[in-house]
Design a protein around this ligand. Structure first.
Ligand SMILES: NC(=O)c1ccc[n+]([C@@H]2O[C@H](COP(=O)([O-])OP(=O)(O)OC[C@H]3O[C@@H](n4cnc5c(N)ncnc54)[C@H](OP(=O)(O)O)[C@@H]3O)[C@@H](O)[C@H]2O)c1
Length: 337
């Protein structure tokens, strides 16, 4: 397999994540011998310009998969379930953005800054985490060098692009309708998202949590290789176009002081501390959108519990939460040969 200069396929190239992925291919000068762009019948035949050259969007076929070495899949869980095992059985390395394989024991779930070592043991498919898990594990991984973490309570404020292109269009249309005194149409979410908040991301489960909330708990444990860490999440959809924000309360099994936490986070790969509340400096979606880093601020001791801190983090869900993490995995694989 030509891993150093691969023939690649991007499945879901016309979607919210796929578009950012193609921006990153150019921005990072990702090495490839050839690139195939795939989507559904809706987009077949469309042209996408990459590095100044038009590329025609194709359907995914067995023939196409047999002609590539590396496949990036950002379509849907259903599409991933169908395509990833097929591509892997044909010898491709598959980097999958969906939740289809994240908890499979044979599939590494990777954030390179945290567990790139897990890339050594893959069987063709490598998964990236949910877009709200990624910033959380990066922050927890840095902080656990100070003292072991026992419990995390996290509340998210997730942008509509996390649901994909259709939700971005819906928020734009609802906002325009509402400010023009027209009634907003509701189709992507169960309720209006414009000028509203929904404490509901993905289906509710029998324990009262949503699938998204349980992903944050289960995926974090897998990535950190720590089954002892207790995580309780509440995931909320907010009327923001891009970037997910999270408020976390983190309890440690030992003493922790804020200055050490600030120092450790400030020197962690992929994290930028923005924390000067006196000057109104703290992370916000408008700051992180289009940026690669996870931004952390509002660092403080939690006055309600000893050995605990509270903080706020924001990151671009389409970049570090999806496309950037996928391309960084591919870059690591190329480095590891
Ligand atoms: N958005 C995020 O922040 C984020 C973060 C992490 C992971 N993810 C995951 O990434 C995936 C894509 O999300 P998204 O937000 O980019 O969704 P999206 O904007 O709805 O895009 C979906 C893409 O999949 C394509 N597609 C649909 N059916 C297909 C098929 N049968 N064969 C090939 N391509 C097909 C669509 O093509 P058409 O344009 O032709 O319809 C489109 O390019 C999902 O699995 C999602 O869970 C998303």
């Amino acid at each position: 397999m030509a891993i150093q200069n691969p023939n690649i396929a991007v499945i879901g190239a016309t979607g919210a994540v796929g578009k950012v992925f193609l921006d990153l291919v150019e921005e990072r000068n990702f090495p490839f011998n050839s690139i195939r762009l795939c989507a559904s019948e809706r987009s077949e035949g469309k042209q996408i310009t990459l590095k100044g050259k038009p590329i025609t969007v194709e359907l995914v076929t067995e023939k196409l998969l047999s002609e590539v070495d590396m496949v990036f899949v950002s379509a849907s869980t259903k599409v991933s379930k169908e395509i990833c095992p097929k591509a892997a059985s044909m010898g491709c390395i598959v980097i999958d953005d969906s939740s289809a394989f994240r908890l499979e024991p044979s599939v590494p779930l990777v954030v390179p800054e945290v567990n790139k070592i897990d890339l050594k043991n893959h069987e063709g498919i490598i998964a990236i985490p949910n877009c709200s898990t990624t910033p959380l594990v990066m922050v927890l991984n840095a902080l656990r060098t100070i003292a072991p973490i026992s419990r995390v309570t996290v509340d998210t404020y997730q942008s509509v692009s996390g649901t994909g292109t259709a939700a971005v269009t819906e928020l734009k249309e609802q906002t325009a309708n509402i400010v023009n005194n027209k009634s907003p149409e509701v189709s992507v979410y169960p309720h209006q998202i414009g000028f509203n908040l929904l404490p509901h991301i993905e289906d509710f489960l029998s324990n009262g949590y949503t699938k998204e909330e349980m992903k944050m708990s289960n995926e974090t444990r897998k990535i950190l290789h720590d089954d002892e860490i207790n995580i309780s999440a509440t995931c909320v959809r907010v009327p923001v176009f891009t970037s997910h924000s999270e408020s976390a309360h983190i309890e440690f099994d030992g003493p922790i002081d804020i200055e050490t936490a600030r120092k450790v986070l400030g020197s962690a790969e992929g994290i930028k501390v923005l924390d000067n509340p006196g000057k109104n400096i703290y992370p916000m979606p408008l700051v992180s959108t289009g940026q690669d880093e996870v931004f952390v601020g509002r660092l403080r001791e939690d006055i309600s519990k000893q050995n605990s801190i509270a903080l706020w983090m924001v990151s671009d869900n389409l970049r570090k939460g999806a496309a950037l993490n996928a391309i960084q995995i591919a870059e690591e694989l190329i480095k590891m040969d």
